[in-house]
Ligand binder design. Structure first.
Ligand SMILES: *[C@@H]1O[C@H](CO)[C@@H](O)[C@H](O)[C@H]1NC(C)=O
Ligand SMILES: *[C@@H]1O[C@H](CO)[C@@H](O)[C@H](O)[C@H]1NC(C)=O
Ligand SMILES: *[C@@H]1O[C@H](CO)[C@@H](O)[C@H](O)[C@H]1NC(C)=O
Ligand SMILES: [Zn+2]
Length: 425
C-alpha cells in the first residue's frame, strides 16, 4: 500500500519536475537601456520570457534556480523595477493541473461529432479526427502528409475544397501549434474544420474558397509539452549545432526564409528564439513553406494562430514599416477583431490590431506571416488568441469553447472580406 501511494505520488508530481526551484518575475524596464540590458541577459541566464516587457509595460520571465541570484543582482544594480510572479513555478503548474483535473471530473465528456472541446487533446486523438473527417467527407476533404517531423510524427494537414482545388478558387490557410506550448491554437484550427464540413452554418465559405487547415505544425514539441515541459516552444531537433543533445530545437517562427537571423533572434542554441543553423532548417518549416509555394498565386489570407495576448498582427515584423497592403491588412484586421469582440461572451481583453513591431515593440525575422506576405499573400496575419490566469499559455479548458467560437466568428468575417478584396486575383 505504502509503495503504491509513493508511486502514485511520484506519477503525479514527476509531471513538472523540470521546473523544480524555478521562479517567475514581473520585470518593468523604464528605459530602452534597461530593456536592452534585460535582452543581453537572455543567453547568459537562459531566461524564458512568457511575456516580453516593453518600456513601461511589465513582462513575465521564468528564471532557473542557478541563475536567480545573478538575475536579482542585475536588476538591483540596474535599478529595474520587478516583483515576484510565482515563487514556485512547479507548484503553480501543479495547481493549474489540479484545478483542471477537478474540473474534468465534475463533467461528463460531452462529445460533439468526433472530438470533444472540453479538454486539450493529445496528438493521437487529433490525428484520428483528421482521418475520420477525411474519410467521412472524402468528396471535399483530402488529408495530406507530405513529410514526418524530426521525431517521425506525421506532419498532416487537410485540404478542403468542393472541387479538389481544380477551379482555382481563392485559398485560405490556417495553421496552429507552430509553438508547442500554445495549446489553445489546436482546437481553434480543428474547430474551423468542424465548421467547414461537419456543422456548416456558413456554406458560402466553401462555395467561394479552398481551404488548408494545419492544426499541429510542431507535433514533436506539442507532445513534449504534454510529457515533460509544459512551457516548451520550439521543435525537438538535435542536428542544428554541436550542443544539439543538450539544447534541442528551433523556433519555427524564426526559421522562415525572410531576412532570416537578422533581428529578434538569439544565436545561443538554448534560447527559445533560436532561428536554426539556416533558414528552413526544420522539416516542419519546410512543409509550411511548401504550402506557400504551391498556393501563393491563389492564397488570399493566411492566419498563423498563436497564443497569447488577444492581438491581430501584420507585417512587417522585421522593421515596423508598413507594406503597400497595409490599408487592407488593417481594415480586415479591425473587422475580424470587431467580430471577435462582439461575439465574445467572456470578458477577455479586447483585441488589438496593428503592425507586429509597433504593437509588440520588438522586431522579429524569419516569421511565417512576413514570409507569406513577401511572396504575395495579401492578408497575412499572426493571431494571438486570448490568455488568462497566472500563465497565459495554460488557459483553463473551460475557455476552449468560447475561444474557438469567437475566433471562428473572426475567421468568417476575414474570409469574406478577403474574397471581396482579393478574390479575383
Ligand atoms: C451547429 O452550430 C450551431 C451554431 O453554432 C449550433 O447552434 C448547433 O447546435 C450546431 N449543431 C450541431 C449538430 O452541433
Ligand atoms: C546569426 O546572426 C548572429 C548575429 O549576426 C551571428 O553571430 C550568427 O552566427 C548567425 N547565425 C548563423 C547560424 O548564421
Ligand atoms: C522594412 O522591411 C521590408 C520588408 O523586408 C522592406 O521591404 C523595407 O524596405 C524595409 N524598410 C526599411 C525602412 O528598412
Ligand atoms: Zn507563438
Amino acid at each position: 500500500m505504502k509503495v503504491l501511494l509513493v508511486c502514485l505520488f511520484a506519477a503525479v508530481y514527476a509531471k513538472h519536475e523540470v521546473y523544480l526551484g524555478w521562479k517567475s518575475f514581473y520585470v518593468k524596464p523604464s528605459s530602452h537601456d534597461q530593456l536592452k540590458g534585460l535582452g543581453s541577459l537572455i543567453p547568459k541566464l537562459e531566461l524564458d520570457f512568457i511575456i516580453k516587457p516593453t518600456v513601461d509595460r511589465e513582462g513575465i520571465v521564468l528564471v532557473r534556480p542557478p541563475y536567480q541570484d545573478d538575475f536579482l543582482n542585475f536588476l538591483a544594480s540596474e535599478k529595474i523595477e520587478h516583483w515576484i510572479h510565482a515563487e514556485d513555478v512547479k507548484a503553480q503548474l501543479d495547481k493549474d493541473d489540479q484545478m483542471i483535473e477537478e474540473y474534468m471530473q465534475e463533467r461528463r465528456s460531452t462529445k460533439t461529432e468526433g472530438m470533444s472541446y472540453d479538454r486539450y487533446q493529445q496528438l493521437d486523438i487529433i490525428y484520428k479526427y483528421l482521418d475520420t473527417v477525411a474519410s467521412k467527407y472524402s468528396d471535399i476533404v483530402k488529408i495530406v502528409t507530405p513529410a514526418t517531423s524530426f521525431e517521425n510524427r506525421p506532419l498532416t494537414y487537410l485540404k478542403i475544397s468542393k472541387d479538389n482545388f481544380k477551379s482555382g478558387k481563392p485559398v485560405i490557410f490556417l495553421d496552429g501549434a507552430m509553438h508547442a506550448r500554445e495549446w489553445i491554437t489546436v482546437p481553434t484550427v480543428t474547430y474551423a474544420i468542424h465548421k467547414l464540413v461537419e456543422n456548416v452554418t456558413e456554406p458560402d465559405l466553401l462555395d467561394r474558397f479552398d481551404w488548408i487547415l494545419f492544426p499541429v505544425v510542431n507535433p514533436d514539441g506539442y507532445q513534449h509539452s504534454f510529457d515533460r515541459e509544459r512551457m516548451w516552444r520550439k521543435t525537438r531537433s538535435t542536428d542544428q549545432h554541436s550542443m544539439g543533445r543538450i539544447c534541442r530545437g528551433v523556433d519555427i517562427n524564426r526559421n522562415f526564409d525572410f531576412v532570416w537571423n537578422t533581428t529578434g533572434t538569439e544565436s545561443h542554441p538554448c534560447s527559445d528564439i533560436f532561428p536554426g543553423s539556416k533558414a528552413l532548417s526544420e522539416v516542419e518549416t519546410r512543409v509550411v513553406n511548401a504550402i506557400f509555394t504551391e498556393h501563393k498565386d491563389k492564397m488570399v489570407m493566411y492566419l498563423s494562430v498563436h497564443s497569447f495576448g488577444s492581438m491581430i498582427l501584420y507585417p512587417w515584423s522585421n522593421n515596423g514599416t508598413l507594406s503597400d497592403r497595409a490599408f487592407a491588412l488593417h481594415t480586415v484586421g479591425i473587422r475580424m477583431a470587431d467580430a471577435i469582440n462582439a461575439f465574445s461572451v467572456i470578458n477577455f481583453p479586447r483585441y488589438r490590431v496593428g503592425n507586429s513591431a509597433l504593437v509588440l515593440d520588438y522586431f522579429t525575422s524569419g516569421s511565417s506571416d512576413d514570409y507569406a506576405h513577401s511572396i504575395g499573400v495579401p492578408l497575412a496575419y499572426t493571431l494571438e488568441l486570448p490568455g488568462r490566469g497566472s500563465n497565459g499559455f495554460v488557459l483553463h479548458p473551460r475557455y476552449i469553447k468560447p475561444v474557438i467560437a469567437e475566433t471562428w466568428a473572426g475567421v468568417v468575417v476575414g474570409a469574406r472580406m478577403a474574397g471581396d478584396l482579393f478574390g479575383s486575383r
